[in-house]
Design a protein around this ligand. Structure first.
Ligand code: C2E
Ligand code: MG
Ligand code: MG
Ligand code: MG
Length: 288
């Protein structure tokens, strides 16, 4: 009986693993059509400048509205897109949307750059780099890229050269998820980035942990010494915001200020809900 039970358990595990693999293969197959079918959309999340009390920029985060499975988050399909060789197409689609949305927002008085996340594989892809540069140069929008250091480590010379090409045409660069992956000070020194984003793993428990505040404070000081601005991601509570403000963190991003919002809701946030821009906004500071 024990043996049989053991066997059953093994079979169940195998099945769930097979399910997962099947899921990935199905997503891989569905991905190209999903892009052309309009199943992808972008959610925008603001980054707020703490001292200036205004929106510094926004980040575009991709979502897949699947006709039968519902909403799929990037954590479940970006790696699939990379493996399927679709990440270039997906990123070009994102870039086109962001260029159009940034220009429209700017026309309405909300003129800040919008950042998109760039996979490491694309930093080695000179075809992508050439096409993206072309699109950005013709687009006339304020664009930024968020990249992780892990993305640079595969082939640092090529990646840094490509990033410099983007920087040369006015693309702002931010280092994403700092501290979460392989954080090499050598790359920090070489990358033409002016913004460093501290990973939310150090921010979510900022006021309840002993070590996180030390790590965050020293990272802020390091970034400032390198003449970079610092963004904390994952700011969910007023107490975290207050502490970050005291530590001299330049920008904050997180559910406390806004969740990532589809363009219409984001527009609404900019006009109606932004505590900084609403009438009496100066008094209604969220830094207490
Ligand atoms: P990321 O760039 O580090 O984005 C931050 C993630 O944290 C987002 O998850 C966002 O929704 C979430 N977040 C924001 N504020 C808070 C908060 O206060 N608390 C908590 N707990 N979470 C918060 P999302 O949208 O699921 O994206 C996950 C990752 O997927 C991103 O991490 C990014 O690496 C990747 N990604 C998203 N869009 C794209 C894209 O267009 N291209 C590529 N290559 N990657 C993308
Ligand atoms: Mg990001
Ligand atoms: Mg991040
Ligand atoms: Mg992250």
């Amino acid at each position: 009986l024990d043996e049989a039970r053991g066997e059953n358990r093994v079979v169940m595990l195998d099945l769930s693993r097979a399910d997962l693999a099947f899921d990935k293969l199905t997503l891989m197959r569905e991905l190209p059509r999903a892009i052309s079918n309009g199943e992808m959309f972008l959610a925008y999340q603001p980054k707020v400048h703490v001292r200036r009390q205004e929106i510094a920029s926004a980040e575009a985060l991709i979502r897949w509205q699947h006709p039968t499975r519902g909403l799929i988050l990037p954590g479940d399909f970006i790696s699939v897109a990379e493996q399927a060789g679709e990440i270039g197409a997906l990123t070009m689609w994102t870039l086109e949307q962001v260029i159009a949305d940034q220009k429209r927002l700017a026309q309405d008085g909300h003129d800040f750059p919008i950042f998109i996340n760039i996979s490491g594989v694309l930093l080695a892809d000179s075809v992508f780099v050439a096409e993206a540069c072309d699109l950005i140069r013709r687009g006339g929008a304020r664009i930024g890229f968020e990249i992780t250091e892990t993305a640079v480590i595969r082939d640092p010379d090529v990646a840094i050269r490509h990033l410099q090409q983007f920087a040369d045409i006015g693309v702002e660069l931010a280092i994403d998820d700092y501290g979460a992956g392989l954080s090499s000070l050598a790359y920090l020194k070489q990358l033409p980035a002016r913004e460093l984003k501290i990973d939310k793993m150090f921010v979510l428990q900022l006021t309840s942990s002993n070590r996180d505040p030390l790590i965050v404070r020293s990272t802020i000081d390091l970034a400032h010494a390198l003449e970079m601005e610092v963004t904390a991601e994952g700011v969910e509570t007023p107490s975290a915001l207050a502490l970050l403000s005291v530590m001299g963190c330049d920008m904050v991003q997180g559910f406390l200020i806004s969740r990532p919002l589809a363009i219409e809701a984001f527009r609404h946030f900019l006009v109606e809900e932004n505590p900084l821009l609403s009438p009496g906004g100066a008094q209604h500071s969220f830094i207490r």
